[in-house]
Design a protein around this ligand. Structure first.
Ligand SMILES: CSC[C@H]1O[C@H](OP(=O)(O)O)[C@H](O)[C@@H]1O
Length: 365
């Protein structure tokens, strides 16, 4: 999407046809830096250290990680080891495993000498499909926003609350939760977005606010704990969030704090939607409590990163030196608290039946 007057994806093949370039999301919003990946280790570090993040983008990066790894060794053993090394990078977003399995399915039957070229083709397909998928999520989700705008007789903007970053930076392009927002703006629907800062990594403050500002979309950054208050005072019309893994029965795993927003939305009768591509559905799981929740370094809580008045980037400690911290990076919102799922195939209830109706080929598998 837009960065200044240029259009970007979040990941792309370098001009030399083999390097992979990404936007280093750990430097946003204060620095826009492009990083070149040349090895499997580069791709793994980019995922583990969150230079790239967001389930679909993690999957796309893993796909290119195969390309870079196979350039060094395209043997059967390498194919296995590359996948194992990638899936160890982060445990929760199912797109990582999905991409590894898809790449292996395509590459395993091929002669080793043809695998590199095939891997780049498949990684390119995954990226192209992600763009089309998210654009479709936008087309379906915008109808929810339009309906609210019409109910408000188009007199005031539709107030949308979102958590973390499920914008174009979390995918190859368009985003998931923000795709309907971008579509609404394209169609002339007045919107305003409440952006949860999303402690501790502050993806909302660093990434969502940056995305929306670049597109001139009206928004306000809020602390994570303000959403319930805004809902109680009629200042939120709809919540739309992303997900890192949704089970076959509609339980939604997403950034820590999502569950609390869903509880507040239910208590205030506010629609709570989750936007996701089919690649983020884990058909092997029913109960969201079985989803592995990533526990990240406590330092992410104890220190914050930002820009000093003089423009230098720095990190400061916000707690006593010896304070221990617990840092679960995700939580699970039970399907019963989810109004509906916005997918590339349409909108459905957060239920096994709802998902089976949109993905019959998967549900019956
Ligand atoms: C479209 S997936 C977005 C999803 O990913 C984020 O997690 P992280 O930044 O740790 O990769 C967050 O849960 C978003 O909702």
């Amino acid at each position: 999407m837009k960065v200044g007057d240029r259009h970007y994806h979040s990941i792309w093949l370098a001009d030399d046809g083999w390097g992979v370039e990404i936007i280093d999301q750990t430097r946003l919003p204060h620095r826009f830096e492009v990083v070149r990946l040349e090895t499997l280790a580069d791709a793994c570090r980019a995922i583990s250290d969150m230079l790239v993040r967001g389930a679909p983008l993690i999957g796309a990066t893993a796909a290119y990680g195969f390309c870079l790894g196979l350039r060094r060794d395209s043997s059967d053993q390498a194919l296995l080891q590359i996948g194992e090394q990638l899936v160890r990078c982060r445990p929760t977003a199912v797109n990582l495993r999905w991409a590894v399995e898809r790449m292996r399915l395509v590459l395993a039957p091929l002669p080793a000498e043809t695998r590199v070229e095939a891997a780049y083709r498949e990684a390119g397909r995954i990226c192209g499909e992600d763009v089309a998928t998210n654009e479709a999520i936008g087309r379906h989700g915008v109808e929810l926003i339009r309906r609210i705008w019409e109910e408000k007789e188009k007199k005031t903007p539709v107030n949308i609350l979102t958590h973390c970053n499920a914008g174009w930076l979390a995918t190859v392009d368009w985003g998931t939760a923000l795709a309907p927002v971008y579509r609404a703006v394209q169609e002339g629907i007045a919107v305003h977005v409440w952006v949860d800062e999303t402690r501790p990594r502050n993806q909302g403050a660093h990434l969502t606010a940056w995305e929306l500002a670049a597109h001139g979309i009206d928004h306000h950054l809020i602390v994570d704990n303000a959403g319930g208050h805004l809902m109680q005072h009629g200042m939120v019309d709809i919540c739309i969030v992303g997900t890192d893994r949704t089970t076959a029965s509609g339980d939604v795993c997403n950034k820590i704090g999502t569950y609390l927003k869903a509880l507040a939305a239910r208590d205030n009768n506010i629609p709570f939607y989750v936007a996701l591509p089919g690649s983020t559905i884990d058909w092997t799981l029913t109960d969201g409590r079985e989803i592995p929740i990533e526990e990240r370094d406590q330092d992410e809580i104890l220190r914050v990163w930002g820009r000093e008045e003089g423009g230098d980037l720095t990190r400061v400690s916000i707690a006593p030196e010896q304070t221990p911290a617990a840092n679960p990076a995700f939580d699970v919102t039970p399907a019963g608290l989810v109004t509906g799922l916005i997918t590339e195939r349409g909108i459905c209830p957060a239920s096994r039946e709802g998902l089976a109706g949109l993905y019959p080929e998967e549900a019956g598998a």
